[in-house]
Design a binder for this molecule. Structure first.
Ligand SMILES: Cc1ncc(COP(=O)(O)O)c(C=O)c1O
Length: 390
């Protein structure tokens, strides 16, 4: 079947965070929004069909996550990652951010230390600081043009209050798909020091050619025992507005603690549409995903060649996973504040500034390339033209 990723779908007036908040958020109504991790593609046809059919029924009462929901999730994990989750415990939450906040509450006390590796998805630090835990940034390092984890620094930072490490795998915003060896080295340090690994694998399905995503919990049984995995169909199938995430846990004590925290927050119920879309996506969305990955690969290739030919001052890191490209603007010599002003007001393109992602983000911008190629071209052309006048 042919899928159309080229048509630009008008999202105005849909209360889209990406499109309809432009004037309010940045004061410029006609910026090309390439910031938040939300794609400008319609969800797979089987997902849209399943939702339509359910809407036609007309009654939207309290809804159960039945066996078919868990079977769809388990079958996906088996097929895509060779990961058997049949015997694992699964906790539903209306999103990964919700899960992260509650995981911190479930496994740590105020003042305990939680490690993250910046630059990283910014709600990690909000979840730690808002819950009054200490944040330790084990900052990623750039080695030979590629981001790596600094495991020596990690070992030195661990003390008696260190309880959790939140891993972003694949890593948003630097686009790394961590190798099995890298994950093993990290996990062994955590095992030796009784640190729970929260593995946020929301981008696991969005892995480009030549890369393989390894779920952290598949490294070994012993490692699985200290891992809590956050997964969701939302990035993969562009259904973030439906609010769904599944946290997969092997260790029954960790499950009990987390489940109690979720239950105490009154979050047990499922949104009917989240359930319908998740099942349809995992059961019937694989072919669409494969075509999407080809398209994203093409967009990344387009980006690389556009930068090379028209904006050689800006470079991009290898994109191994996610649809979020990490651009290095440092050669322009602008401060982060001036860069932001230039992009919004001169180029009229809305990117996510690197500093949003914490330490190591200075001089960088994150660009969402999950959009029709024409839109990507429009954003890049605007930047190239504005730079000529700088
Ligand atoms: C690494 C990561 N985790 C979590 C989320 C958000 O998840 P949710 O919308 O389920 O809260 C995102 C969204 O961009 C993300 O990139």
């Amino acid at each position: 079947m042919d899928y159309d990723f080229d048509t630009i779908i008008d999202r105005h007036g849909t209360s889209s965070s990406k499109w309809d908040r432009r004037e309010k958020a940045v004061g410029v109504p006609d910026v090309v929004p390439m910031w938040v991790a939300d794609m400008d593609f319609a969800s797979p046809p089987p997902v849209v069909e399943a939702l339509r059919e359910r809407v036609d029924h007309g009654i939207f009462g309290y809804t159960e996550r039945t066996g078919s929901y868990y079977a769809a999730l388990a079958s996906w994990m088996q097929r895509r990652f060779d990961w058997d989750i049949q015997k694992k415990k699964i906790v539903f939450t209306p999103g990964v951010i919700v899960a992260l906040n509650l995981i911190i509450q479930a496994y740590t006390q105020p003042g305990d230390k939680v490690i993250i590796q910046q630059p990283v998805y910014h709600p990690f630090s909000y979840a730690i600081l808002n819950n009054k835990r200490q944040l330790f940034n084990n900052q990623l390092q750039i080695q030979n043009g590629r981001y790596v984890m600094d495991l020596d620094q990690l070992k030195k930072s661990i003390d008696s209050r260190t309880r959790l490490l939140i891993l972003c795998s694949p890593h948003n915003p630097v686009g790394r798909v961590w190798t099995k060896e890298e994950l093993l080295r990290l996990a062994e340090i955590c095992l030796d020091n009784n640190i729970i690994i929260v593995s946020d694998e929301i981008h696991a399905d969005l892995v480009l050619k030549g890369q393989v995503h390894t779920p952290t919990a598949t490294l070994s049984e012993e490692i699985a025992d200290i891992v809590v995995t956050c997964t969701a169909p939302t990035k993969t199938f562009n259904i973030a507005g439906l609010g769904v995430a599944n946290t997969i846990i092997s260790n029954s004590k960790l499950y009990d603690q987390f489940y109690a925290t979720v239950n105490n927050a009154g979050l047990e119920m499922t949104n009917v549409f989240a359930k319908i879309a998740t099942e349809a996506a995992y059961n019937h969305g694989e072919e669409w995903l494969l075509r999407l990955l080809d398209y994203l690969q093409g967009n990344y290739k387009f980006l690389v060649s556009f930068l090379k030919n028209h904006i050689p001052q800006i470079s991009v890191f290898p994109l191994e996973g996610t649809y979020l490209a990490w651009l290095d603007f440092r050669k322009l010599g602008l401060s982060d504040k001036d860069m932001k002003h230039f992009l919004i007001h001169k180029a009229k393109v809305w990117l996510d500034e690197g500093t949003k992602f914490g330490g190591g983000g200075e001089g960088f911008q994150r660009m969402n390339i999950g959009c029709p190629r024409k839109l990507l071209e429009e954003g890049l052309t605007r930047i190239a033209n504005a730079l000529k006048e700088l």
